[in-house]
Structure formats: C-alpha cells, structure tokens
Unconditional design. Structure first.
Length: 148
C-alpha cells in the first residue's frame, strides 16, 4: 500500500479526531488545528478542517457563532445536541472496533481473571509458568491452591 493509498484513511482519522476535539467543548478553527498538531504530532490542513466543519454545520451537527476570543472576534464551533449524540454513537462503535483489535492480545490473570494487555507478573508454579496481573494475585493463587 503506497502512502497515497493511505490518504483517505488518514483524512478519516483526522475528521474523527476533529469530532473528539469538538466533543470536549467549543473551539475556533485555529484552536482545532493547534490541538490536533499538539496531540497527534502532525499538522492538519485547514483545507480539510474548514470544509468538514461546514459540512457538519449543514447537517445540523455543529453550530457556529462569532465570539470574542482574546481581543479578536472568531467563529467558534460547537456540537449541537444531535452532534453530541452522533459522537457518542460513533465513539461507542469505534471503541468496539478497538476492543476487537486488542482482545486477541490480552492475557487473563490466572487468579482473578482480569485481562492483561502487556506485562503482568510471571511465576513458575509446580513446573508451569503462570501469568498474573500482579504479585499479590500470584501470592493469593498460591495460598488458595496450597490447601487443595
């Protein structure tokens, strides 16, 4: 896959992240550009941001107003109630996709059953390597199985 093939995917991620920024609270365009750069570590093109904001506004998901920010008048964008509901649905869908991606990489603690993404505490017990979320679960497991 060439970097040109990735452009639509990156644009979609950028739009998704713009929604996250708006979900946090009202923002003017330059603030969105700055937050994106600071958090993602990449610049985002105003030619992607402003048309997307206009599209959201046309669909009733965002409303804009002119507000004084510092000593300048700026167009500030904020999610409408419909926009907030849209974001909640989108975020729930995205979280289930992320869960589906992460789930196969999880290990389960041999004592409490909690899911461990990385690391954990490993110990050999009765010749078998066991994985626990922490040393306390390992100790508890050894106490509980000693009486068996």
């Amino acid at each position: 896959m060439s970097s040109g093939d990735l452009e639509p995917i990156i644009s979609d991620f950028s739009r998704f992240y713009i929604l996250i920024i708006l979900y946090e609270g009202p923002c003017h365009g330059y603030s969105i550009l700055s937050k994106f750069r600071r958090r993602v570590g990449k610049d985002i093109s105003p030619s992607l941001v402003y048309p997307f904001l206009k599209h959201l506004e046309e669909r009733g998901l965002v409303k804009s107003s002119i507000r004084v920010v510092g000593n300048k008048r700026k167009k500030v964008f904020e999610l409408t109630d419909d926009g907030r509901e849209f974001c909640k649905r989108l975020f729930r869908r995205f979280s289930s996709l992320v869960s589906a991606t992460i789930e196969p990489n999880l290990t389960v603690c041999a004592n409490c059953g909690c899911k461990i993404y990385e690391g954990g505490y490993r110990e050999v017990i009765n010749g078998k390597e066991m994985i626990f979320c922490c040393i306390h679960c390992a100790e508890s497991y050894k106490r509980d199985t000693a009486g068996i």
